[in-house]
Design a protein around this ligand. Structure first.
Ligand code: NAD
Length: 254
């Protein structure tokens, strides 16, 4: 039985992750950590901070909170050798450098997207990248999302760009010579165009559109609601001990 504590457990993601954990026969949800009381406890105990947690009572720590809180979570867990999974997003290169050192002898998984389909779609996009002359990304999200493009789109663009470079593909030429409305061709990330759509009723969706001579290929992933992230987190809880040090992204676990 793996005993799990969730930081940010009263939040939108925290409640979904806690519910998913509580439904697993090999996982015991032990502590919910949040500055505000969670609506549902799922049989676990609520505390306001990690300072109130007895490290001997948990095997894996999961964090879906805020950037500042997740940094504290990582520091607390590294000092105690507790395998940790961070789903919070928005970290800097300096954070990852710090964690690479702090978890040299521990286990930390940081993933910006725990939807298994999204991770696979990204893997398939990298596979396709070397065969197609052109590629662009369209990401669609709900109308409350404050950042654009999405972290997943940024990561996908960077991985596709790296795959194109490795396979010797020339940079894409830009056909546009007149752009009366600046930005019509989207943002450019490592030479890949990303277009961001914001709509009510959407959750998180992404299309990677490839074009070659006489053919096209579109890879699309749809996350219809936040429960799409739960299976990836459960997978990470079950397997994190097999991945020493810092692991970035869910891909190595699949
Ligand atoms: P939310 O605001 O609903 O929840 C955050 C929770 O953290 C809140 O309940 C808040 O009270 C709590 N919190 C804040 N400071 C705290 C502290 N010092 N100690 C304990 N708890 C504290 O946000 P959300 O929508 O659940 O998203 C949380 C994070 O997860 C965001 O960074 C979001 O981008 C990320 N996210 C990641 C994925 C993924 O697949 N990796 C998917 C969805 C969201």
């Amino acid at each position: 039985m793996t005993r799990v504590a969730v930081v940010g457990a009263a939040g939108r993601m925290g409640q979904i992750i806690a519910a998913a954990m509580a439904g697993q026969s090999d996982i015991a949800l032990s502590v919910l950590i949040d500055v505000r009381p969670p609506e549902l406890l799922f049989g676990a105990r609520h505390v306001g901070s990690l300072d109130e947690v007895d490290e001997g009572t948990i095997d894996v720590l999961v964090d879906f909170s805020t950037v500042e809180t997740a940094r504290q979570t990582a520091t607390w867990a590294a000092a105690r050798g507790i395998p940790t999974i961070i789903g919070t997003t928005g970290f800097t290169d300096a954070d990852f450098a710090q964690w690479r050192a702090d978890f040299e002898n521990g286990h930390l998984l940081v993933a910006a997207n725990f939807a298994i389909g999204a991770v696979l779609a990204q893997r398939f996009a990298v596979e396709a990248a070397r065969y197609f002359e052109r590629v662009e990304i369209i990401e669609y999200h709900h109308d409350r999302k404050v950042d654009a493009p999405s972290g997943t789109a940024l990561e996908t663009a960077k991985k596709i760009a790296a795959a194109r470079t490795t396979s010797g593909l020339a940079p894409m030429s830009e056909p546009t010579t007149r752009e009366p409305s600046v930005g019509s061709r989207g943002a450019e990330v490592d030479g890949i165009r990303i277009h961001a759509v914001r709509m009510p009723a959407m959750t998180a969706h992404q299309e990677v559109i490839f074009g070659g001579v006489g053919e096209g290929l579109t890879l699309r992933h749809d996350a219809y609601d936040r429960s799409s992230f739960a299976a990836g987190v459960i997978l990470a809880v079950r397997h994190i001990r097999r991945f020493p040090g810092l692991t970035v992204g869910l891909d190595p676990l699949l």
